[in-house]
Design a protein around this ligand. Structure first.
Ligand code: SAM
Ligand code: MD0
Ligand code: SF4
Length: 366
């Protein structure tokens, strides 16, 4: 193996972390033998910090209406082709219960920035807060909310309602690329809202899009920002072109982009949560994402309820291939197993204690 690569991986597995120059070097790996060494180092660190335990996240896209026009997104305001629905509280609670009974550790409530809710201002958010409280009461599980950009007073109300996670992905930390992806949206607002959520005691997930024109320097900058934010869960999802959108004719991302960045994230953040999402390549994409060091399986969607995914709005959902039951044999093949809910709650508590010791003023400078 290349001696430089060997040195970087050895230092990372010894817990010495990675310099930005090391990250750029790893992002440029092409040889199968070198990539396999990177993935093996990522799995070594996952084993060291989380054993063989994998967390499972249920996913409910509760409203697919959105006021924004993100160029990569199937549910962008002006896409006449996209499937639009708004689930009511009873439907959401029932689906959440089914997910909880299937063995997931968390319920992720995701939505577009729904104009119907937003025009009702505080009352619209009353509904979201009520849904969070009802899902928590019905399942006893931690809840992640992914509603897009929200104001500080809404985050305070969500924290009071007991929400555990806030997911709001920057996609990129290149302002130029951000504007191309999320035209008309404010880069700083979307970054700062995560700092505000953290200050409210809500754990945050930061996420990137892969294959949208980002450079290795862009990804290195993103990883630096994730360090600065002290993001508790970090991810990259390969971009999936969507019909009816300005990026429909883009070629799909290099499959290795998501895997290499996932493995590099594992080397930089050995103790954090890093998803293997079923929302990009479905169940068929799970093995390689686990082999790259992921320790959470996300986007588990109950069939038969008219629920959609994000990047893959329908893949593997109605045939029941995005359920906790459908991933167990793959975990077994890899010598992995689903964690218990208690182990997931322990991870959250440990993370909160670790955060308590971090100088939070640093984060506002990210
Ligand atoms: N509306 C909320 C928001 O924008 O934060 C939540 C919706 S969903 C969780 C939004 C995320 O899904 C985006 O931030 C992006 O990272 C991911 N996503 C959306 N469309 C995608 C696509 N075509 N390919 C890959 N990821 C996509
Ligand atoms: C996933 N489809 O985990 C979901 C979604 C939003 N918090 C998560 C992108 O892949
Ligand atoms: Fe709306 Fe979120 Fe899609 Fe952007 S990514 S169009 S904010 S649902």
């Amino acid at each position: 193996m290349d001696t430089k690569l060997e040195g970087i991986l050895k230092a990372a597995t010894m817990g010495d972390g990675l310099e930005n120059a090391d990250i750029r070097f790893l992002l440029g790996l092409k040889k199968k033998e070198h990539l396999n060494a990177l993935f093996s180092a990522a799995r070594h660190l996952r084993r060291q910090f989380s054993g063989n335990k994998i967390f499972l996240y249920g996913f409910l896209y509760i409203s697919t209406y959105c006021r924004n026009n993100c160029n990569f997104c199937y549910y962008r305001r002006s896409n006449g082709e996209s499937v639009r629905y708004r689930k009511n509280k009873a439907e959401i609670v029932s689906a959440a219960r089914e997910l909880a009974q299937s063995g997931v550790h968390l319920i992720d409530l995701t939505m577009g920035e729904d104009p119907e809710l937003l025009k009702r201002k505080g009352e619209g958010y009353d509904w979201i807060v009520d849904v969070v409280e009802s899902v928590k009461a019905a399942t006893g599980l931690p809840v992640m909310i992914s509603p897009g950009l929200v104001s500080e007073d809404i985050l305070v109300r969500l924290a009071d309602a007991g929400v555990t996670w806030y997911a709001c992905y920057q996609e990129t930390h290149s302002r130029k690329l951000f504007e191309r992806l999320r035209p008309g949206q404010n880069y700083d607002d979307r970054l700062t809202v995560k700092v505000v959520a953290h200050a409210q005691g809500i754990l945050i997930e930061e996420g990137l899009l892969g294959g949208v024109g980002e450079s290795s320097d862009d990804i290195t900058d993103s990883i630096d920002t994730m360090r600065c934010l002290e993001a508790d869960q970090i991810r990259i999802m390969n971009f999936v072109p969507q019909s009816g959108t300005p990026m429909a004719d883009w070629s799909a991302a290099d499959p290795f982009r998501e895997l290499v960045v996932t493995a590099v994230m594992r080397l930089v953040f050995p103790e954090r949560l890093i998803p293997a999402s079923l929302d990009v390549d479905g169940l068929a994409g799970l093995r390689k994402r686990l082999d790259a060091g992921a320790n959470v399986i996300t986007s588990l969607v109950p069939p038969g309820q008219g629920l959609a995914g994000v990047a893959q709005s329908s893949l593997d959902i109605e045939d029941g291939n995005r359920t906790a039951g459908s991933v167990m044999h793959i975990l077994g093949e890899r010598g992995l197993c689903a964690a218990s809910v208690e182990e997931y709650l322990a991870w959250i508590n440990n993370r909160r204690q670790a955060l308590g010791t971090v100088d939070s003023s640093r984060r506002s400078a990210c």
